[in-house]
Design a protein around this ligand. Sequence first.
Ligand SMILES: Nc1ncnc2c1ncn2[C@@H]1O[C@H](COP(=O)(O)OP(=O)(O)OP(=O)(O)O)[C@@H](O)[C@H]1O
Ligand SMILES: [Mg+2]
Length: 368
Amino acid sequence: MNIESIFLLNFRNYGEQYIELHPGLNIFYGDNAQGKTNIIEAVYLLTMGKSHRTNRYNELVKFDENTARVSIKFTKNNYKYDIDYVLKRNKSKQIKINGTRLNKLSDIIGNLNSVIFSPDHIKIIKDGPSERRKFIDSLLSQAKPKYYYCLNQYLKVLSQRNFLLSSDKNNKSIEKVLDVWDNQLVEYGSRLIKERQLFTKIIDKKAREINKELSGGKENLKIKYLSFISDDKDIKDIKEEFYKKLLESRSLDMRRSFTNYGPHRDELIIYINDKEVRNYGSQGQQRSVLLSLKLSEVEYIKDEKGSWPILLLDDVFSELDKTRQSFLISFIKNVQVILTCTDFESLHLVNDVNYSVYNVRNGKVYRK
Ligand SMILES: Nc1ncnc2c1ncn2[C@@H]1O[C@H](COP(=O)(O)OP(=O)(O)OP(=O)(O)O)[C@@H](O)[C@H]1O
Ligand SMILES: [Mg+2]
């Protein structure tokens, strides 16, 4: 996959900006608060339909303006694409792919594929289980539209079920409605569990290999999906077991006004040499694991979609030591990269890498 050009209009601090990209590495450097991350955000917006840093679309529209636009032209598997995203303050979004208007915002997902990596992502390694569930969910949503659909249906049913559990508990009719919700929860939830289990096996293998190389063979990374349902079951058995579990825990659920079992409670656990990296990993180990995870994400999308995603490296390159920087550069030779940094001079680029450099100043991009 290759982005040829990005056009921004009244997006964040940009007025009118056209950027042609290099097919390899693109380095955007500049002082703080000039608009580097805004470019990454624009690419992510056209990947997932929303920003990676806010849920409020109005924030994306330039102050004192009413309409923002992001248009990206790219090629994928020899086909040309043109995604045009128009955002009007307090109004619905309008998206066109190759001139055809999308009916649903979520139909944008899966067209322009990208993997974003910013310093903030260390949360995936360090924080609680919900960050790792978010990691799986957004990756699987990008790779498989069906997953995204099931996830949204599941979350809707779950919140309705929880709402019911917290309402009038003495009401007998509640049980009948619960039967209906439980059936739907099982239908969607079981598919989520199955997909996540399969995904974890793939990413576990990929990340282990990458991490082994990064650590000179010293570290053994393992990733496991921890669920109330073991991972050797087919979808039919998962459904049966999930349904049974919901019935068993119904009185507990009613007491706690909460659904205690389901993929929303499952865990992704990451180990280095059999110890949980979240609790026992050093700073450096945690960073290596995150890098391994992100590079596995790139490979996973390539396998699923048949072409390499764009890699968005926001301010992370300079945080890596020389060994990890050159590892990253050699790993991504097939991938188009958008990289941001404040200090261009401190990048340790390998000689045989082709790249373009852009300076970002006050919402304007100057090609060097
Ligand atoms: N809706 C908006 N309209 C105008 N300007 C905005 C809007 N939203 C954000 N900005 C401005 O964009 C700038 C931040 O851009 P961005 O996050 O891309 O900076 P950056 O170059 O990545 O900086 P850093 O190196 O600190 O990460 C800030 O100056 C902010 O005030
Ligand atoms: Mg930034």
